[in-house]
Design a protein around this ligand. Structure first.
Ligand code: 13P
Length: 287
């Protein structure tokens, strides 16, 4: 059964570890993440961007696939199905489709409008027992058409949004979606510490988990980060393993062109990446 992310993040915040949000793109992705979470007995959040939802033919398809897959695979660890960087309309579509967790990304609105829309969604999510993530400041780079300039969040605005009754808060602290450029100055721990000071026990969300050095991940967790989003790194692992398979001519040997064979190395590579991240985030055995 899908669960809200509230309980798992509360435990993560108290236990000083983070739960990974791994974005899914198709059946192989979903299976790889769910099986790894079960094997490692880790709670997990499946992230779905609006673009990925559209690719998978709609949020209803995604929710039905995830629920059925959990049943067929006998997944027992806590799993939240979460909309990533949702628009206001997208949030309602996912609520209707049966997601257990929602992110409303109102960071591009003036703060008053972000507060107003987030307030409405807090009410709806509370009624339905769903967790809600809000965003202040913006995550740099581009993800599925969502472009952010990467402004650091204002700690006072973070407090104003956190006080609305959301479950978790994404705050820009110099993080970027996609690969980090070689001259990236690193996470702004001064800003993160100032936000933590203002929002207290609220679980903080670190987007752009791909390519952040291990020591920065650990420091971010020590400063209140309880959820870390990873998307690009699984895509890179999948692509690299698939390229190797094809470049070695394995698709031309026997029935190597069978999609179940062709996609297997990429799927295994996603599993390895998810495992590495769960170990780093400290969520192994915390189901
Ligand atoms: P990366 O693609 O950089 O891992 O970011 C994922 C993310 O933050 C999803 O919202």
């Amino acid at each position: 059964m899908l669960v809200s992310a509230e309980e798992m993040l509360k435990k993560a915040r108290e236990g000083k570890y983070a739960v990974g949000q791994f974005n899914i793109n198709n059946l192989e992705w979903t299976k790889a993440v769910l099986l790894t979470a079960e094997e490692l007995q880790s709670p997990v959040i499946l992230g779905v961007s609006e673009g990925a939802g559209k690719y998978m033919t709609g949020f209803k398809t995604v929710a039905a696939m995830v629920k059925a897959m959990m049943e067929e695979l006998k997944i027992t660890v806590p799993v939240a199905l979460h909309l990533d960087h949702g628009t206001y309309e997208g949030c309602y579509k996912c609520i209707e489709a049966g997601f257990s967790s929602i992110m409303f990304d109102g960071s591009h609105y003036p703060i008053a409008e972000n507060i107003e829309k987030t307030t409405e969604l807090v009410k709806v999510c509370k009624e339905k027992g769903l967790s809600l993530e809000a965003e202040v400041g913006s995550i740099g780079g581009e993800e599925d058409g969502v472009v952010g300039l990467g402004e650091c969040a204002d700690p006072n605005e973070c407090k104003a949004i956190a006080d609305l009754g959301i479950t978790m808060l994404a705050a820009g602290i110099g993080n970027i979606h996609g690969k980090y450029p070689a001259n990236w100055p690193g996470l702004r721990f001064d800003v993160l510490a100032a936000i933590k000071e203002k929002v207290g026990e609220m679980p903080l969300v670190l987007h752009g988990g791909t390519g952040i050095p291990d020591d920065m991940i650990k420091e971010a967790i020590s400063l209140g980060v309880a959820k870390i989003n990873v998307n690009t790194e699984c895509q890179l692992s999948f692509a690299e393993a698939t390229r190797k398979y094809i470049e070695a001519g394995k698709d031309l040997q026997g029935k190597g062109y069978d999609p179940r064979k062709l996609l297997a190395p990429g799927t295994d590579a996603i599993k390895a990446t998810v495992k590495e991240k769960m170990e780093l985030f400290g969520s192994v055995g915390k189901a």
